[in-house]
Design a protein around this ligand. Structure first.
Ligand code: PLP
Length: 400
């Protein structure tokens, strides 16, 4: 066993060799705290304050209604969508920012089900995120469908056995509890082989793992922007609709913003023949402007680099945990293999809620998911290996 001194040296070496080290200064990080809660709310980025001040004082304050055109408010959902699209491997014109993940999950799930009339089953997973679970159950009741939830490892078997009954596969590439990463490409292929439409909830993947939506032929995807994308509290969600569906999908919340002629004030809905169809009502412009500015943190950053650094951080966390937590009551719940981990590491401990509070009192902000998990969100754009080492040392002192 190495002494912890060498972990410290390893952290310094990894940080010194990091090609993304210059990006950390794009964030406004809390003094005296190691912030590992991007799994819930990413930190402020340095371009946001000025953008929001300008939006309020100049755009809204002076130009008022003209802001919709002079300041580009009307097109902001598409502009922000394209910026996010680059991080998701989506060509421009396929992502739009609108409403909340919960609302867009409903939209995507119902629209996807309507693409497969006659198929009576929505396939999802037993580990499904709560809001997605509630929305799925309600959508199924409305559409007279059945929901089948299976362990993630059994999806392919179900698709092979019962694929003709399944209209939609709704899944999350990252388990929000354990941080396990699933094979989005392979599962999308398997779903398509069975004739199903895929809807992916990317909340814990966006901005952290490459999902290559176009290359993987994903049908629809949604996700929030306030976690790793750092859009701010309550920043609006995004939705991706693959180009081939944009002119045919039947939007269950047909709002005037998504009309082909939104200012025509027509009596009947005619969806725009583009991603604009996924827009609903008037968007929260101040939040939208904050999000657009926040996304500048990803300027000239390549998702392959992000992934490499993310794996380095999570891998180093596990190395530290092996050396420092072995023999304690804490154990890592995230898979060790690189291809099975995403952006956070989950640590299991019977007293997780209490330890998370103590971590916070000792300068490490992590979060707790019932019953017994602590999540450490390691953001590749600002978390350092030294912080990882310090966080695991702090944790060790609390669990021995
Ligand atoms: C965070 C998260 C959500 C959040 O939904 P909101 O409508 O933004 O509250 C949805 N799904 C998953 C998988 C999440 O991790």
């Amino acid at each position: 066993m190495r002494v912890s001194e060498s972990l410290n040296e390893e952290a310094e070496r990894l940080d010194a060799a990091d090609p993304l080290a210059h990006v950390r200064k794009r964030f406004v990080l809390p003094a005296g705290q190691i912030y590992m809660e991007s799994t819930c709310l990413g930190p402020l980025t340095s371009s946001v304050s000025a953008a929001v001040r300008e939006a309020v004082d100049v755009q809204w304050g002076r130009r008022l209604i003209d802001g919709w055109w002079e300041d580009g408010w009307w097109e902001a959902p598409a502009r922000a969508g394209d910026k996010i699209g680059r991080l998701l491997g989506a060509a421009p014109g396929q992502v739009v920012v609108s409403d909340s993940t919960t609302v867009q999950l409903f939209n995507a799930l119902v629209a996807a089900s309507r693409l497969r009339p006659g198929r009576k089953v929505i396939l999802s997973v037993t580990t499904q995120f709560p809001t997605a679970r509630y929305i799925t159950d309600s959508a199924a009741r409305m559409l007279d469908l059945t929901v089948r939830r299976v362990p993630p490892a059994e999806i392919e078997r179900y698709l092979r056995a019962d694929g003709e009954a399944i209209g939609v596969l709704l899944h999350e590439p990252v388990d929000f509890r354990t941080g396990e990463l699933y094979d989005l490409a392979g599962l999308t292929r398997a779903a398509h082989a069975a004739g199903c439409v895929t809807v992916w909830d990317l909340c814990h993947a966006a901005g952290i793992v490459p999902v290559d939506l176009d290359a993987n032929d994903v049908d629809m995807a949604v996700g929030c922007t306030y976690k790793y994308l750092c859009g701010g509290p309550g920043s609006p969600a995004f939705i991706y609709v693959g180009g081939r569906h944009q002119n045919v999908f039947d939007q269950p919340l047909p709002g005037w913003n998504g009309h082909e002629y939104p200012f025509g004030m027509r009596d009947t809905y005619q969806g725009a023949p583009s991603i604009a169809r996924a827009r609903i009502g008037t968007p929260p412009i101040i939040s939208m402007i904050a999000l657009e500015a926040a996304l500048d943190a990803y300027d000239a950053v390549d998702m392959r680099q992000v992934r490499q650094r993310s794996l380095s951080l999570t891998g180093f966390f596990m190395t530290c945990a092996e050396e420092l937590l072995t023999g304690t009551a804490a154990s890592v719940a995230t898979p060790r293999e690189p291809q099975r981990r995403a952006g956070h590491v989950a640590v299991c401990h019977g007293d997780a809620p209490k330890i998370v509070q103590e971590l916070r009192d000792n300068g490490v902000a992590a979060d707790h998911r019932p019953p017994d998990l602590m999540r450490f969100g390691l953001h590749p754009l600002y978390t350092t290996h030294r912080e990882v080492y310090a966080a695991v040392c702090t944790l060790r002192d609390l669990v021995v």
